[in-house]
Design a protein around this ligand. Structure first.
Ligand code: G3I
Length: 365
C-alpha cells in the first residue's frame, strides 16, 4: 500500500487520480490501472492491431512483453524476405520464420507474411539466374515454396510489394523491376494466382507506400493503384486487400483525410479490404525537444489512423515496430542533430509515449 506521505515526497500527491488509485483497495486499484491493450481495443472494433517483429522478441524480455501485451498480430520485418529465406539458390532456411510463427501461436496472435514479390531484398544469386525464359518459373517456385510451407497458418500475405511507379522510370505505371523485365506485366496476376493456389486460406494483399498524402504525387499513385486493382479484380484475380504502408513524417503536412477516405472507399467498392500495414512516424525533421517531437508524432498517428480506421473495409492496423529501441528509421532516416529517433509507441525503455495514447484513441474511435 502506498501512503500519502510517500506520494507527497514523490511529488505525486497532486495527481488525484493516481493518489486515489494508489491508495484504493488493491482490487479497485487493479481495475483502475487495467488500461485496455491496443489489441483489446482493436478487437472491440472487430479489427486487428499488430506490429512487425524480428530477433528482438527472442533477445529482449521487456520488448517481448510489450509485443505480447499490445499485438494481436505480428509480421516478420525482414525474415520472410527472399534474401533471408534462400541465400543460396535451392537452399531454404525457414528457421527464423518458424520461431516467429511459434511465438505468435504461443501468444494467440495472428501472423502476416511479408513479402513474396518485391524488387528489394532479393538474394545475390537471382540477378544472374533469372531471364525471360525462366522468370515465371523462378517466381512461382518461390511462392509455392514459401507460401506453401505456411499454408493455413497465416492471416494474410503481402503478395506483391511496391509494384507501382508513376515516375518517368516506370513502364506503364509499373516499377521497372526484374519481375516486369523477366516475367512481363502479368507478373502481378501470376503472383496472386500462385499465392492463392499455395495458401487458399490467406488474405492476399497488394502492399505499397506513397498513398497517404494529398500531394500531386499521391493523387497520381492512388489513381494508378486503383486502376491496377480494378484490372486485377475485373480479371477475377484473387487479390483481397490493399495494404497502405503508412510510413509518414511528423509534423504531418499535406494530409487531407477526405482524400484518403475517398481513395480507401473507392478501393473497398471493388470488394477489397484495407489494411494499414507498416505505420510509423519519422521525426527526422521535427524539433529536437522530445516533448514537442513526441506530441507531433502522436498527432500524425492520430490523423492517419483516425481516418483509415473509420473506413468500414479496414481490417487491420500494423505498426512497423513498437518501441524506439529498434526502427529502420534510425538507419534510413536519421536526424542531422544525431538525436535518437522516436518514431514508435514506446520509448527504448518500454515506457508508453503520447503516440501510444494516440493509437489507443484512434482504435477507440
Ligand atoms: O540480418 C543482416 C545481418 O546479418 C547483417 O549483419 C546486417 C548488416 O548487413 O544486415 C542485416 O540485414 C538487414 C535487415 O534489415 C535486418 O536488420 C538488411 O541489411 C537490411 O537491408 C534490412 O532492412 C530492412 C528493409 O526493409 C529491407 O528489407 C528493414 O529492416 C525493414 O524495416 C524494411 O522494411 C520495408 C518493408 O519491407 C517494405 N516497406 C518499406 C519498409 C521500410 O523500408
Amino acid at each position: 500500500m502506498v501512503d500519502r506521505r510517500h506520494l507527497i515526497e514523490a511529488g505525486l500527491a497532486g495527481g488525484g487520480a493516481l493518489l486515489a488509485t494508489s491508495l484504493a483497495p488493491a482490487s479497485a486499484r487493479g481495475a483502475a490501472m487495467q488500461v485496455p491493450s491496443l489489441s483489446t481495443l482493436a478487437k472491440q472494433r472487430g479489427i486487428l492491431f499488430g506490429t512487425a517483429i524480428g530477433p528482438l522478441v527472442a533477445t529482449s524480455q521487456s520488448y517481448r512483453e510489450v509485443v505480447v501485451a499490445d499485438a494481436g498480430l505480428v509480421v516478420p520485418e525482414y525474415e520472410m524476405k527472399w534474401r533471408f529465406i534462400e541465400k543460396t539458390q535451392g537452399v531454404y532456411d525457414f528457421s527464423a520464420v518458424d520461431r516467429r510463427l511459434a511465438f505468435a501461436q504461443q501468444n494467440g496472435m495472428a501472423f502476416r507474411g511479408h513479402t513474396l514479390v518485391w524488387h528489394q531484398s532479393l538474394p545475390d544469386w537471382l540477378p544472374n539466374a533469372i531471364n525471360p525464359g525462366n522468370g515465371r518459373q523462378l517466381l512461382t517456385r518461390h511462392i509455392n515454396a514459401v507460401a506453401g510451407r505456411y499454408k493455413g497458418k497465416l492471416h494474410s500475405w503481402d503478395v506483391v510489394n511496391e509494384a507501382i511507379d508513376i515516375s518517368p522510370a516506370g513502364v506503364g505505371g509499373l516499377r521497372n523491376t526484374t519481375w516486369l523485365q523477366n516475367v512481363g506485366p502479368d507478373y502481378i496476376q501470376i503472383a496472386f494466382e500462385a499465392a492463392a493456389a499455395a495458401d487458399p486460406g490467406a488474405m492476399l494483399v497488394y502492399n505499397d507506400y506513397g498513398l497517404i498524402y494529398a500531394s500531386g504525387g499521391g493523387d497520381m499513385k492512388r489513381a494508378a493503384t486503383l486502376r491496377m486493382l480494378e484490372r486485377l479484380v475485373s480479371r477475377g484475380v484473387p487479390v483481397h486487400a490493399l495494404g497502405l504502408q503508412g510510413h509518414i513524417e511528423a509534423p504531418i503536412r499535406n494530409f487531407d483525410p477526405n482524400v484518403l477516405s475517398r481513395f480507401c472507399n473507392d478501393v473497398a467498392a471493388l470488394g477489397l479490404k484495407i489494411m494499414i500495414t507498416e505505420i510509423d512516424v519519422s521525426d527526422q525533421y521535427a524539433p529536437a525537444d522530445i516533448a514537442v517531437r513526441d506530441a507531433l508524432v502522436a498527432e500524425a498517428y492520430q490523423a492517419i489512423l483516425g481516418c483509415v480506421l473509420a473506413v468500414p473495409a479496414t481490417v487491420a492496423a500494423v505498426t512497423w515496430g513498437l518501441s524506439d529501441i529498434h526502427s529502420w528509421l534510425a538507419t534510413y532516416r536519421p536526424r542531422k542533430d544525431g538525436l535518437q529517433v522516436r518514431p514508435l509507441l514506446y520509448t527504448d525503455g518500454m515506457q508508453k509515449k503520447p503516440a501510444w495514447e494516440a493509437v489507443a484513441s484512434a482504435l477507440r474511435g
